[in-house]
Design a protein around this ligand. Sequence first.
Ligand SMILES: [Zn+2]
Length: 254
Amino acid sequence: MTVRMYALECGRLTGRWKDMMEGEEGEVDVPIPAYVIEHPKGTVLFDTGMHPTLQADPASRIGERAARLFQFHYRAGEDVASQIQAIDRDPAKVTHVVNSHLHFDHSGGNHLIPNATLVLQSREYEVGMDAERAAKFGFDRRDIDLGHPVKVVDGEHDLFGDGRIVCLPTYGHTPGHQSLKVRLDSCEVVLTGDACYFCRTLKERRLPRFVYDREAMLASLQKIADMQSAGARIFFGHDADFWAILPKGGQPIS
Ligand SMILES: [Zn+2]
């Protein structure tokens, strides 16, 4: 049985280093990744990038304050649905969207994937559906309240029951952040999302400024480091150097 995975680039952002890694100066350019994973029982999308409104008018969607923190390099054709089409796949055939968490660069394209079940950790979903708390966390209820079936999970969840695609709780960056462990034919990978922005985050344990719970995030990083020691390949959430060497353009990752 074969499980194939493809990397999609859904635009880029430039932001301040210190927002993404404490103690760092200057600016950093980061990719916005999404991953398509084809399993015999379904097609899974890990994260959905940014809402297309952010191509022209970010503030109108995510607010002035958040919009001021970044420069948006995001054009027509870079939304997640267009990127899926660009590798000759159909967004309407995606069966599951696993959102690592509900920040604008990870769940803003959910509405472009019409027939999927959303898979979220319960503590993330609860915050996202509560307008007051959502606003505090920079979440947008409009990203998850779209009429999709929602599968709310608590902790580890094996998506197809065969250990090939497993949601892993990596709380800390947000209340219910999750990563995704994928057993490809050749190796095991962990898509960390924002549990681990950069390769250096794991080595140096320097956290981003956007942290809900420092202790939990450090514990999640330790869990990721342990999986790496056990042989898993770690896919960092926003690491431009790592991203540059990944196959793209419809070439499977192996
Ligand atoms: Zn992010």
